[in-house]
Design a protein around this ligand. Structure first.
Ligand SMILES: [Zn+2]
Length: 256
């Protein structure tokens, strides 16, 4: 394993364009459950019906109060959690000039809180809201403490800018992510199984354009046998921190 970390670190240190790609797993160590298994975690929501009654555009339009009951809990939790060693290691790589951007599936803002710049939120951010009628945008801070669901000035209801099933993905984020992937010399894929489309294409695009794929996961993913060059198996916080330290050592800039 140490040998693999050293090889992966060398590939990263020798590269000019390193792009990160992260999934829910990187935030579970901070206490945020996987978005797609959230139904099991939140009070008052049945996992069996979660996808139909909460995580769909149709559900939101039919019963925004109910869906907001879930969003309120999710936002409340995200306001309390802190970035963990995994987020911090990704930010350390950024300070070393070896993490030009991170494409994340997460909606919790923890990469930015850890100090990463240039974070592409493929699935949006749960604390950015928009009106489904007039498209006006708000931040959670602007409506916090008011009525739930929060109303727009136009009278319509606001929705967090995260795609539910049946929503379009954010075209701008998706195309930025593809361009980054195509330009990556190394892609660090962390904490994602690779089963959520269309975001799961990103490492495949990177590989297609010649990137070396460094994967950090607790278990094998759909990428491991298909595109991964270095599979660093283990807990994200631990492995990413070891990787960042190794890269820092190679570059002569020690990482704590
Ligand atoms: Zn409006």
């Amino acid at each position: 394993m140490q040998n693999l970390i050293e090889q992966a670190a060398k590939a990263i240190a020798d590269s000019r364009v390193v792009i990160g790609y992260t999934g829910a797993g990187i935030s579970t160590e901070s206490g945020i459950p996987d978005f797609r298994t959230m139904g099991e975690f939140w009070e008052g929501f049945d996992p069996a019906t979660f996808e139909v009654e909460i995580d769909s555009r149709e559900a939101f339009e039919k019963n925004p109060e109910k869906v907001w009951g879930f969003f309120s809990q999710a936002i409340g939790l995200m306001e309390q959690v802190e970035p963990n060693e995994g987020h911090k290691a990704m930010a350390s790589l950024g300070r070393l000039g070896r993490m030009a951007a991170i494409v994340t599936q997460n909606v919790d803002g923890l990469h930015q809180a850890a100090g990463s710049e240039n974070v592409i939120e493929f699935h949006g951010n749960v604390r950015q809201l928009h009106c489904l009628k007039c498209e006006a945008r708000y931040t959670w801070e602007e409506v916090k403490g008011g009525k739930i669901p929060p109303p727009c000035r136009c009278g319509y209801v606001l929705k967090p800018m995260v795609p539910l099933f049946g929503d379009q993905v954010n075209i701008e984020a998706a195309s930025t992510a593809e361009v980054l992937a195509a330009n990556a010399q190394v892609m660090v894929v962390a904490c994602t199984h690779g089963d959520i489309a269309p975001v799961n294409r990103i490492p495949l695009v990177a590989k297609e354009y010649g990137a070396v794929i460094v994967e950090v996961n607790r278990l094998k993913s759909l990428y491991t046998d298909r595109v991964t060059d270095f599979f660093l198996q283990g807990e994200a916080g631990e492995v990413l921190a070891a990787l960042a330290r190794e890269v820092g050592g190679l570059l002569g800039s020690p990482v704590n």
